[in-house]
Ligand binder design. Structure first.
Ligand SMILES: [Zn+2]
Length: 343
């Protein structure tokens, strides 16, 4: 089969409803490929798929459905659609109960978007109104006027995606600096749903299993007295720790250590994957030649290689990079901060 034909075959078009739920998927010939209908709280009602082809995990409100457990992953929490409940309590906790908030003069005012349902039931999904509301991260409270109120752990990135600076009007503010109870404007239609739908798993198993930790953050750093910008994060881990694709996509670049054709020898053995929505991810310094060749299609969680120290590297680590329309962005915005710890 020609590579061109192969590429055409793996082009799918998603047709979401007003909540962003993936209801119809068609192929490049506009023929239906998958059809799913949901009950109001997200339980699958009708599912027509071709079992011979791949499973598409992004479903109700564009969230990733874990096929084995039947749970939806929302960043902060897992959601069980058959019983319409979160699997853990709202991390905002007691904050949900207080109907008042501080005003600018140090006094109190009624809290915008206060929900009696969420105050008494920390496991309720979108105040039991799933026909109108979505919960992009499992945390943000969506208010009736279209604004969002931050809960503990929320970030502007999580709500607005890549355009958070312009979209939120918060300029150069640290996207993680939001205060609990702070209210922000409505994201442009679809931006937060889509941004959160495309990525991300973790490039490496969690630190309890592997001892992985972030040894170098994204941003300026000094190496041998020279200031350089670090366009990714370094995740130090034991040699042979497995490295996984964080989202579905196509391998667009591979480098083999010592190969004269290697475009970026400093990365040693590396793989770069292009995802939807203009995003791509980079996995560098792998122990051996990458598992997948250029042009291969991968899914979330596919094994790409193992941690090594090939290329310009002083110890076993994964250099993990995230690019948005070719521009490096901080991978920390894409992985859960409580999952892999810093120094
Ligand atoms: Zn690095």
């Amino acid at each position: 089969m020609l590579l061109k034909e192969l590429e055409e075959e793996v082009t799918y078009l998603y047709h979401p409803d007003h909540l962003g739920s993936v209801s119809v998927v068609s192929n490049h010939r506009a023929l239906p490929y998958e059809r799913v209908e949901y009950l109001p709280f997200g339980e699958v009602w009708i599912e027509e798929t071709d079992p011979a082809t791949g499973y598409i995990p992004f479903r109700f409100t564009s969230k990733e459905l874990d096929e084995e457990t039947g749970l939806y992953y929302h960043g902060a929490r897992y959601y069980e659609p058959t019983i319409s409940r979160w699997m853990s309590a709202d991390p905002a906790g007691w904050e949900l109960i207080n109907p008042m908030e501080r005003d600018d003069e140090g006094g109190w005012r009624p809290k915008a978007g206060y929900s009696i349902i969420e105050a008494v039931n920390w496991y309720a999904y979108v105040s039991n109104n799933p026909v109108i509301y979505v919960d992009p991260t499992g945390m943000w409270v969506e208010n009736e006027d279209g604004t969002f109120t931050a809960e503990r752990g929320d970030t502007l990135y999580g709500l607005y995606g890549d355009d958070w600076k312009e979209a939120s009007g918060f300029g150069d503010r640290d996207p993680g600096s939001l205060q609990v109870g702070e209210t922000v404007g409505k994201p442009s239609k679809g931006s937060y749903l889509y941004a959160s739908a495309v990525l991300f798993g973790l490039p490496i198993s969690n630190d309890k299993d592997t001892g992985a930790w972030v040894s170098s953050e994204f941003g300026p750093r000094t190496l041998n007295g020279v200031e350089k910008y670090h366009y990714g994060i370094d995740i130090a881990a034991l040699a042979r720790t497995r490295i996984y694709a964080v989202g579905p996509g196509k391998v667009i670049e591979v480098g083999i250590d010592g190969d004269p054709e290697n475009q970026k020898p400093s990365f040693g053995n590396y793989t770069k994957i292009e995802h939807d929505n203009g995003k791509s991810t980079l996995y560098a310094h792998m122990l051996k030649s990458p598992v997948f060749a250029k042009g291969a299609m991968v899914r979330t969680g596919y094994l790409l290689g193992e941690v090594g120290t090939t290329g310009r590297s002083t110890g076993n680590h994964l250099h993990f990079g995230v690019y948005s329309n070719g521009k490096p962005v901080n991978p920390r915005y894409h992985i859960r901060g409580d999952y892999i710890h810093g120094k």
